[in-house]
Structures are given as C-alpha cells and as structure tokens.
Design a protein around this ligand. Structure first.
Ligand SMILES: [Zn+2]
Ligand SMILES: [Zn+2]
Length: 384
C-alpha cells in the first residue's frame, strides 16, 4: 500500500458512525415556526460543509466516540438548567488573568466579537490585581481588588510549576477556577478568564488550553499556545520558544489578526459548552471537538444549523441581523473566508425571504381578487 493511501485511511474511533441524512434531520428537529422554517431550508443547509474525516490519528474523532446532541436534547437540558436565579443572568463576563501584551492581543475586538456572536452584553471586568511571580517560591500570586482604600486586600497563591533552565512556568488550571468562583457577578451567564499564562491540569500534561466548570459558571482559557510566534515540541512541557517580535508593522498586523481569529474561535466554542451545547458531529462546525491545535485552527468560526438553532432558542436573536453584524466584523478584520461564508448564508436567507414575500403577496392578491369577485357576485345577487 502506498504512503498516500495509508494517510487517507485514518479511521474514526471504533464505534463512531458518520451521521446520515436522516440523523441530521432528526438532530435539527421539526419546525412549527414559519419564519424560522423559511431560514432553515435546503438551500441554507447547502451553505454548510460536511463533517470532515479524521486526517491524523490524533484528530478528535479518531480518538473519541461522540454521540452528538440533537436540538431537542439541548432544549430539554436548557429547560432543566432554567431556574428562577438563571432568568436574571443576561450577560457574559470576561476577565484577564496576569499580564497581556495589548500590542499583540486585541481584547476589545474579542469582546466585540463575542457580543455579536452571542447577541448579549459582554462585560470586561478586573476583579484581581498585582499578578506576580514570586522570585523565591516561583509561584504566581495575585490580590483581589478591594472595595475601599481601608479594606485589606487578600493575597492568593496560584499553584505553579516552574522549570529553571528555560525559566518557563505553568499555572494549575484549578487554582484559577477557584479564584473565579469568588467573584462571579450575580447577573453573569458565565465568567470566563483569558490568560497568556501557560496552564496545566495533570502533572503529565504538556499543557491544557483551558477548563470550564459549568455548574459554577466559570472557565479559564490560555492563549499562550495560540500565539503564532510560539513554537514548542511535544516532549517537554517547558520547552517553548517565542520568536523575537518583528518590528515590521505588516508582520505585527498578521500576528495580531491570527491571534484574534484563534481567540474568537476558542472563546465562542467554550462559551457554547457553558451554555450546554455538546460537541457536534453533524457538520463541519465551530463546536466540533479538536484533538490538537492544527485541527482546532482548521475548524470554522461559526456553528452549523443544528447548533445555530440551539443558540437561537436559548438567546432569541434575529438570525439575519446576527449574520449581518458578524459580516461587518469579518469585513473590519479582513477575515476573508468567514466573510465569504456569511455572505453566502445571507444571500440564501435574503432569497428565501424574498420568495416568501412574493408567495405571500401572490396569496394576498389571489385572496383580494376572490373577495372582489365574491363582492361583485353578491351585488349581482342582491340585484336579483
Ligand atoms: Zn469542546
Ligand atoms: Zn454543529
């Protein structure tokens, strides 16, 4: 067998079956809302790509069997999660842990994107301060922001592992989650921390991109390994090399754009999980699982129709309006592939809306004509 053929035949994890058309239809569910049905039609579905086959043995679906989550299953789950307290939670909160180099990480655009994506307020808060690596213990510490100058601020230790040779350290993900649970705002749907610190969970981990604690509404994600200037090998957690920052404005713009795109994908994927949406197996989708960074970077920025329907029911937004807002963002940031993809979807939605309007108009004309002739008939009858 040739090498090329071997490469093409990476199997799905044992027991996983690619969903057929009827499984996808079942996942989408039936529609009893005419406006929604006019968007969710065959032409709209054609604008989404199929679920790709695994290309590498460490791709997500080559390693794990996912059963998928239908629209109805998510609806059921969100009903059980709906409590009197949760009805007042209408905002997403973001915070930064540690230092961020704002010349490469465009946090304001990320907040803007998250707001457009979820169609709800996204607030950036800073409940902690003074993040420092202690020179003696090599442990990260921070303080909680006090409400007044008289209040004594408490110092928190973040569990850290440190390697002296490259002077690289990682922070234990649980210690950040514990910190976040102390400051979740009452009206928060979730509080997500972003950091440029490298994270780990188990001692055997190379690194961990992040972790969510759904029942406490908190999550933390590291963008450290998402920086295109970072290179690392897969043998030692501390073996990371950051390319010297380029002085070229063009290079800086490229790096900033790529980091923003990756951060947009990571953050929205993870918040979808916090909203009860499980990994998707129905289309190529933002919420597909990813087994490694290259697979993550190859996935789309937007969700498939099954997950769009889940988000729509949960948040109750206008689908066309949301796509238009996302299109504007993609234009501003020159996300060309995403721009084309959303433009195609909008064209299809507009076509469907127009054909529905003309059908409705035809029906209306027909109805008016019928009424008129009835009126004429009755006049004639009256005359008789
Ligand atoms: Zn995921
Ligand atoms: Zn999906």
């Amino acid at each position: 067998m040739s090498r090329t053929r071997q490469r093409k035949t990476v199997p799905f994890a044992h027991g996983f079956k690619l969903p057929d058309q009827s499984a996808i239809e079942k996942a989408l569910g039936t529609f009893d809302d005419a406006t929604l049905e006019s968007v969710f039609n065959e032409n709209f579905y054609k604008t989404f790509d199929s679920l790709p086959f695994p290309k590498k043995p460490w791709d997500w679906l080559a390693q794990y069997i996912e059963r998928g989550q239908t629209y109805a299953e998510h609806l059921q789950l969100s009903r059980t999660l709906n409590t009197p307290a949760s009805s007042n939670r209408k905002s997403i909160y973001l915070t930064i842990i540690g230092e961020i180099d704002y010349s490469i990480f465009d946090i304001n655009s990320l907040v803007e994107y998250t707001q457009r994506f979820f169609q709800m307020p996204v607030k950036l808060i800073h409940p902690f301060m003074d993040f420092q690596l202690d020179d003696n213990t090599y442990q990260w510490t921070c303080k909680k922001l006090t409400k007044s100058a008289d209040e004594k601020s408490q110092t928190f230790n973040l569990r850290t592992r440190y390697n002296e040779k490259p002077k690289h350290c990682q922070v234990h993900v649980t210690s950040i989650l514990n910190l976040l649970t102390k400051v979740v705002p009452e009206d928060a749907k979730c509080l997500v921390a972003l950091t440029m610190l490298d994270l780990y969970s188990d001692d055997t981990d190379l690194f961990i991109a992040g972790l969510a604690r759904g029942n406490s509404r908190v999550a933390v994600f590291s963008l450290y390994r998402y920086d295109p200037y970072l290179s690392f090998n897969e043998s030692d957690w501390f073996s990371c090399k950051m390319k010297t920052a380029s002085k070229s404005e063009e290079e800086m713009t490229k790096r900033r754009k790529l980091l923003l795109l990756r951060a947009c994908r990571l953050l929205t994927h993870e918040i979808c999980h916090l909203f009860g949406i499980a990994h998707c197996i129905f289309y190529s989708c933002l919420i597909n699982g990813s087994g490694h960074l290259d697979e993550d970077f190859s996935q789309p920025l937007l969700e498939c129709p099954v997950d769009l329907r889940k988000l729509h029911t949960l948040i109750q937004f206008d689908i066309q309006d949301r796509y238009e807002q996302l299109l504007e963002f993609f234009k501003i940031h020159k996300f060309q592939n995403e721009l084309e993809s959303v433009q195609t979807k909008l064209n299809v939605i507009n076509q469907s809306m127009n054909s529905n309007t003309s059908t409705a108009k035809r029906k209306h004309d027909h109805y008016t004509a019928t009424s008129d002739s009835r009126l004429r008939s009755s006049k004639r009858l009256a005359k008789c």
